[in-house]
Design a protein around this ligand. Sequence first.
Ligand code: FAD
Ligand code: NAP
Length: 337
Amino acid sequence: MKVHQHISLKPYNTFGMDVPAEYFLELDNESLLPGISADILLPKEKKVLGGGSNVLLTKPVSGLILLNRIKGIEKTKEDDAHVWLRVQAGEVWHELVMYAIAHGWAGIENLALIPGTVGAAPMQNIGAYGVEVKQTIEHVTAWHWEEEEFITYSNEECRFGYRDSIFKQELKNKVFINAVTFRLNKKPDFNTSYGAIEQELQKMGVADLSIKAIADAVIAIRSSKLPDPKKIGNAGSFFKNPTILFSQYQSLQAVHPAMPSYAVDAQHVKIPAGWLIEQCGWKGFRRGDAGVHEKQALVLVNYEHSNGIEIWELSTEIIASVEERYGIILEREVQVW
Ligand code: FAD
Ligand code: NAP
């Protein structure tokens, strides 16, 4: 276990921001957490980094960065209908999806190709193509830096919401999620409610639906639409899709008849933030090396030498222009450090 000082975080964040960490430690075993917690020579301020695919680094990071590389998958329970997996937090999310599919265990196939680690998945309740990870999480265990103990949070206690959880709110930077226990289904309950999946499956000529076919369709769509962080720095969707009152939507639609929406509940609708940003003329915008992706306006990109401040300023301008035109305030999804 070696603590580094003033190391560049460029290889550890998908935006590719060249920002130093004051202290940096790669962790590969959950049993080391109590010792790190008790070590008075280490900074009290601690942050966890997984794949760095949902952070924007705007300045040198003070305190200790813990790079989570704790690996291991264990089947802890099984019955006729389900299997329970305790997955350590440093496992790569997409590899877990592939592992589940190879065993015929369903529930997370729509979440294929989401970058990052298993430990970060509960943080924002990752979601895509009509599925959210909360649907398969039994509980989450985490080391609490102040309580100095491992705590188990039931699904309900995680307070999952749309791209949200207790870990993004009250427990932000207060815990290290060390493992997630999933309950996967032996009998799949296919979710192809997203039009894009149906279209892709047809294009692929799939006759017999399977979890592998769904994952293949999702992988094909994502690969064609989203920028690969290895080629262009980005952190996926920079903003959340806003949820507004249906009455507000009706007023807006009277002026902007093409505005798309998806029902959330009886009173609320979700508006695709990418559409709002595109309508304000930002799609494909570039200033220096900071820009808005040409195929997906929800994704801000670092073409090479941009920095966190420039991306932050661009996001602020986008928020202002969407608010001015539609009266809707976009919220950043990415964690800004
Ligand atoms: P990091 O970026 O390393 O961390 C994100 C936040 O979580 C930080 O605040 C960090 O401190 C905290 N954190 C990470 N690990 C832990 C831990 N073990 N304990 C406590 N806190 C922790 N997201 C979606 O929801 N759906 C998508 O479809 C999607 N698509 C994407 C596509 C692309 C191309 C990219 C670049 C990103 C996409 N994302 C998507 C966002 C991102 O992949 C997810 O949010 C992912 O879960 C982040 O994982 P990470 O390990 O990279 O987290
Ligand atoms: P898209 O298909 O162009 O649709 C735009 C938005 O409309 C999506 O964000 C989605 O909201 C909503 N939407 C579309 N069809 C829907 C339906 N049938 N029911 C409910 N909502 C619907 O989206 P995209 O950008 O290509 O992304 C596809 C999926 O991958 C989405 O689920 C998206 O969240 C996810 N994704 C997430 C990230 C990230 O970083 N968070 C990055 C890339 C892709 P939702 O986002 O609420 O699903």
